[in-house]
Design a protein around this ligand. Structure first.
Ligand code: SAH
Length: 346
């Protein structure tokens, strides 16, 4: 591997040219060296603790028609649900009693819950537990983001999906990249720990366009970054497209770690769903977060954004045990704090 690239990686100072060089690496020793650099950077800036987050998919009702997503509005093969307010709170209390420190509430983009209902749910959770709350609910107005921030939401994940305008339009017939980025800027300005991120090898995506993502991640300076492979869903316009690969996803995770140094970086369920040891490999390639799905069984089948999601059949308690064992097996520890962004002091 090019010595200059190695030095620049350790400095966290990659140009577009360097990023493209890394994405094009094909020799397995070179690729492993890239992964070991990102693992070193993770160790230096983030330490050995892995943050386990509890995920709750609160609704699959969605107003958007993202061409890759199984819960897109026009998919009539999926039953739509919305969790009850009391149910969400009850689960949050249980998770808190089981020592979880972060609840991630994810869902389709919709008005299934009014902004005020969501704010009320968060106020109750904040009053009764010591958990951090993350939202991942799509694009909303500045005023709604402000209301939720004031209610106590700590973090907001809103993947940019792709930082290339043309590809963004191809993936999202009813959205534009500028609006997504404006929403991300609003979240950051309001003081959220803000998460960006993208899919890897979405249909027609080129290496140049992947470099656009890493440059965007480098320049936005996010608190969190979510990156996973694109996975084909039968009930979407992209039903004949190929899945993203393990290797390219790991390269993108490695580069995200190198350019951000200290971002919270989950080893995603999507990666675990396409590769047997995907979750572990992600943790060995710079990741420091794992999310475990606690959506009640009666709903989670319907939150099928992509098929064969790794969490579908197994009891989440077993998954927690397996993930904890896996974390220990690679010489890492499970974090006991809230796992807030290292960019803020809490
Ligand atoms: N409505 C929210 C949450 C979307 S689901 C929002 O807009 O942010 C969370 C993420 O799942 C998305 O950001 C997308 O990157 C990913 N996703 C959706 N469908 C997918 C698929 N078929 N393959 C891989 N990732 C997918």
């Amino acid at each position: 591997m090019n010595k200059e690239f190695i030095d620049k990686s350790y400095e966290g100072n990659l140009s577009r040219e360097d990023i493209i060089y890394a994405l094009n690496l094909s020799d397995s020793d070179d690729i492993n060296q890239l992964f070991s650099i990102s693992n070193d950077i993770r160790k230096k800036y983030c330490g050995d603790a892995v943050h386990i987050r509890a995920l709750l998919e609160i609704s699959n009702i969605c107003r958007r028609n993202c061409n890759y997503c199984g819960v897109r509005k026009d998919n009539t093969h999926v039953s739509r649900y919305k969790m009850e307010e009391e149910e969400i709170i009850e689960i949050a209390l249980k998770l808190n009693a089981d020592s979880f420190k972060t609840l991630v509430m994810q869902g389709g983009e919709s008005e299934a819950f009014s902004p005020e209902t969501l704010a009320r749910i968060v106020r109750t959770i904040k009053e009764k537990t010591d958990m951090a709350v993350t939202f991942s609910l799509g694009e909303h107005s500045y005023d709604d983001y402000k209301l939720w921030k004031e209610a106590g939401v700590d973090r907001f994940l809103l993947r940019h999906e792709t930082a290339n305008k043309e590809l963004y339009k191809y993936l999202h017939p009813d959205g534009i990249l500028d609006t997504r980025i404006e929403a991300l800027n609003n979240l950051k300005e309001l003081g959220y720990q803000t998460g960006v991120g993208c899919m890897v090898e979405s249909p027609t995506q080129t290496i140049e366009q992947m470099a656009d993502d890493i440059e965007f991640i480098r320049d936005f300076k996010p608190h969190m970054v979510g990156i996973g492979p694109y996975i084909m869903h039968e009930d979407t316009p992209f039903k004949s497209e190929k899945n993203g690969t393990r290797e390219m996803t790991l390269k993108m995770l490695a580069l995200a770690r190198i350019v951000t140094k200290d971002a919270l970086l989950p080893s995603t369920t999507a990666l675990a769903s396409i590769a047997k040891d995907g979750q572990k490999e992600g943790l060995l390639t710079g990741c420091d977060v794992v999310m475990i799905n606690f959506t009640p069984a009666k709903y989670k089948y319907f939150y099928e954004i992509y098929p064969n999601k790794k969490c579908m059949t197994e009891d989440p308690k077993n998954i927690v045990k397996k993930v904890t064992d896996m974390i220990h097996s690679i010489g890492r520890t499970v974090a006991t704090d809230h796992g807030h962004s290292r960019k803020i002091k809490k």
